[in-house]
Write a protein that binds this ligand. Structure first.
Ligand code: ADP
Ligand code: MG
Length: 228
């Protein structure tokens, strides 16, 4: 299995569905240590992303995810919009787009069009890692600061390790999703050092971070769509 355009689109649809389903929980978590808008931020962002993909003729999976990123940046306020937006743009830019489109079939081409070649687990691992780098470059959070980074970092490590060990995409994605879940749960005892929750100081301790929780949803969605 390669990470192709239909898979990229299926991932975005699965994320949108998961965010819709878990919106209440994300809102609850963000109400405890933030301003209660994380669920609605992501719901608005990913439904806009779905709409943006509608009728798009992407050059490949990279173009799909780049479009998602740009949409999140333009439609979502708050910390998470730019952070996830930059992440998806970086993931998209790092993915080699395997199928160069026939220009005649593509009156309105959507870039970027990268090097040609099937996208396997190792390439996906590196693209996801580029997304994490983008989150860290923008948000300046380190592991342990109780943010998206705390779920994303172990997910990338698990994905990379699985890919290096020869795992196929579904296994690598499942390992990453499990690691992201664990990373999100591990934010409970942490004190927030970045974002709104950091204003609470020690009172942020004892709550699971909303952003780390939504990052775990993104990785679970990837595992689900690669498994089916
Ligand atoms: P806001 O905090 O602006 O209301 P959201 O509620 O949508 O935005 O997102 C909050 C989440 O964003 C937090 O739970 C945290 O995981 C994440 N976050 C905040 N600041 C940073 C940062 N600097 N780096 C990484 N993630 C961050
Ligand atoms: Mg918020």
């Amino acid at each position: 299995m390669d990470f192709d355009t239909p898979l990229a689109e299926a991932w975005v649809r699965a994320i949108a569905a998961a965010v819709e389903e878990e919106q209440g929980r994300l809102t609850e978590l963000d109400s405890a240590i933030g301003d209660g808008d994380h669920g609605s931020n992501l719901q608005r962002g990913f439904s806009a992303a779905l709409a943006a993909l509608d009728g798009l003729r992407p050059a490949g999976p990279g173009a799909v995810l780049t479009k998602v990123g740009s949409t999140l940046i333009s439609k979502v306020g708050g910390a998470s919009g730019p952070l996830y937006g930059k992440a998806f743009r970086a993931i998209g830019a790092a993915l080699p787009d395997p199928a160069l489109p026939d220009p005649a079939a593509l009156p309105d081409p959507v870039g970027p069009v990268g090097p040609v070649g099937p996208v396997g687990p190792a390439a996906v691992a590196e693209a996801l890692a580029a997304g994490l780098d983008a989150v860290r470059a923008l948000g300046k959070a380190a592991p342990g600061d109780k943010t998206i980074v705390d779920a994303y970092t172990p997910a990338v490590a698990a994905f990379r390790a699985a890919a290096a060990a020869g795992a196929a995409l579904p296994e690598a994605a499942a390992a990453a999703a499990d690691a992201a879940d664990q990373g999100a749960r591990d934010t409970v005892p942490l004190q927030a050092r970045k974002g709104r929750a950091s204003y609470l100081g020690e009172r942020s301790i004892g709550h699971q971070d909303p952003g780390a929780t939504s990052t775990a949803l993104l990785f679970r969605a990837l595992a689900d769509v690669t498994a089916s």
